[in-house]
Every structure is written in C-alpha cells, then in structure tokens.
Design a protein around this ligand. Structure first.
Ligand SMILES: [Zn+2]
Length: 106
C-alpha cells in the first residue's frame, strides 16, 4: 500500500484529535479546558478549532452539541448562549462559580 508522504495540515490533525476525544465522551461531553489538556493546545485555540469542527461535522451530517454552562450557585442555565467560551458571571446572582459549557458530537 502506498502511503501519502505529505502529512495532513497541523490544523486538520488537531481537529481530528479533538473529534476523537469528543467521540470518546458521548455522555458527559468535554469542556474546552479538558480538551485543551487532552489535545495539548490552549483553551482559546480549542474554541477556534471547535468552530471549524462544527462546520465539518455538519457537512458530514453530524453536529457539535453544546451542553450549556450552569451557575453553581443558583442553577441558572446559560441556554441561549451561542459562544463557545465560558461565561464570566451569572446574570441572575452575579456568582462567578460557573460550570463551563461542555461539547459532544451527536
Ligand atoms: Zn447564579
């Protein structure tokens, strides 16, 4: 079997690793912090790659599902939050103890 001597672009490799990690946690999902540790890139980079991964998943008929962030103090759920980053504080009680959003593939 011939193998291509050209390695895939670094970005594609990272996204493949993210996809593999997400696929391994279909129940609980993974936060950007967890993905950052698993794949070895910064949380900020994880968010950027997830946006691209979401597009490629959609093209393949799958989707990146966001499990919303939740306030640990009052239970407020950040349901309508579309951004992938972690909210700074709760709009209800101003607590900064926020359970961050998690991601999974469905
Ligand atoms: Zn709250």
């Amino acid at each position: 079997m011939d193998r291509s001597p050209v390695p895939p672009a670094r970005g594609a490799t990272v996204r493949g690793a993210l996809e593999a990690e997400l696929a391994s946690a279909p129940q609980t999902g993974l936060t950007t912090k967890e993905l950052s540790g698993l794949v070895g890139i910064s949380e900020k980079d994880v968010a950027g790659h997830l946006e691209h991964l979401e597009k490629s998943l959609r093209a393949g008929g799958a989707a990146l599902e966001v499990i919303p962030a939740e306030c640990l103090a009052c239970g407020y759920v950040f349901r309508d939050r579309k951004r992938l980053s972690r909210p700074g504080s709760c709009p209800e009680c101003r607590s900064t103890r926020i359970d961050p959003p998690a991601f999974r593939i469905r």
